[in-house]
Design a binder for this molecule. Structure first.
Ligand SMILES: *[C@@H]1O[C@H](CO)[C@@H](O)[C@H](O)[C@H]1NC(C)=O
Ligand SMILES: *[C@@H]1O[C@H](CO)[C@@H](O)[C@H](O)[C@H]1NC(C)=O
Ligand SMILES: [Cu+2]
Length: 253
């Protein structure tokens, strides 16, 4: 039985008074739904519900890109360390679609949506990548030629569901999906860009053999104040938006 304790009630009040922001609240793979890590209720259950998404402290962003927090969200100096493993992982056949259901995203928080993978060298429910260069980008969406942003325009148009595909030829194994929105409403200077990362544990199945042979990046590390797209004035800049990070790896397609 779950026991619900008083702080839950307090947390719900606190949550409703916090401005917007958000996180991935639900993951859909095939016909299977996985509830995301819910930062305003999960910590108050004993035992806590078991999730495939790594714990986050709340719906707020990370702005100091040098912190481990930029990997999976979390307090580097608090009880929840970014990238703390989750107890479960979801099986996914290579080539399948993964649908990520975000909480309602604030209109003001425009920016790109970017998705990385990292392959766990051992049991993913115990693995913390730390500052190792293990991440490669598999999907990205920024600003369209007619000025529509992945977040919020395109995300809202799909009922807050962002969908991407696991590369069909990717070699099997356990992977962390690192998916993020980078909100740019204050990114005219550094620090300003707000990173909202979410780390989802999966086990990819199939007979693929593809894996990137170079170009893996680290979080923290991949983004700094000098990375194109980290400082960008969304209110005045009508040029194309350079999505931060490495090129998308297409070797598994
Ligand atoms: C997204 O998740 C929320 C909360 O579980 C749910 O109410 C909503 O229907 C989901 N959206 C879609 C399009 O499935
Ligand atoms: C607009 O953004 C691009 C890409 O970041 C940058 O190179 C350019 O200098 C910016 N333009 C202005 C006027 O700030
Ligand atoms: Cu916000």
């Amino acid at each position: 039985m779950f026991s619900l304790i008083l702080p839950f009630v307090l947390a719900v009040f606190a949550a409703t008074s916090v401005n917007g922001h958000g996180y991935v609240q639900d993951v859909v793979i095939g016909s299977t739904h996985y509830t995301g890590y819910l930062p305003y209720s999960d910590p108050y259950y004993n035992p806590p519900p078991e999730r495939i998404i790594r714990a986050i402290p709340g719906n707020g962003p990370v702005t100091d890109l040098s912190l481990i927090d930029v990997q999976c969200n979390g307090y580097s100096d608090g009880g929840v360390v970014g990238s703390q493993p989750a107890p479960l992982y979801a099986p996914v056949a290579a080539g399948s679609a993964v649908a990520l259901n975000w909480t309602t995203w604030p209109d003001s928080h425009v920016g790109p949506m970017i998705t990385y993978l990292a392959k766990a060298p051992s049991d993913i429910t115990k693995w913390q990548p730390g500052t190792d260069a293990v991440w490669f980008k598999i999907a990205e969406s920024g600003k369209t030629a007619d000025g529509k942003w992945a977040a919020t325009d395109l995300l809202t148009a799909t009922n807050s569901i962002y969908t991407f595909t696991i590369p069909p030829k990717l070699q099997p194994g356990q992977y962390i999906i690192r998916h993020e929105i980078i909100a740019l409403h204050a990114a005219f200077e550094y620090p300003g860009a707000q990173v909202y990362p979410s780390c989802i544990q999966i086990e990819v199945t199939g007979s693929g053999t593809a894996f990137p042979s170079s170009g893996l990046v680290a979080f923290p590390g991949a983004y700094t104040s000098d990375t194109p797209g980290i400082v960008y004035d969304v209110y005045t800049n009508t040029s194309a938006y350079p999505i931060p990070g490495p090129a998308v790896w297409t070797g598994g397609n």
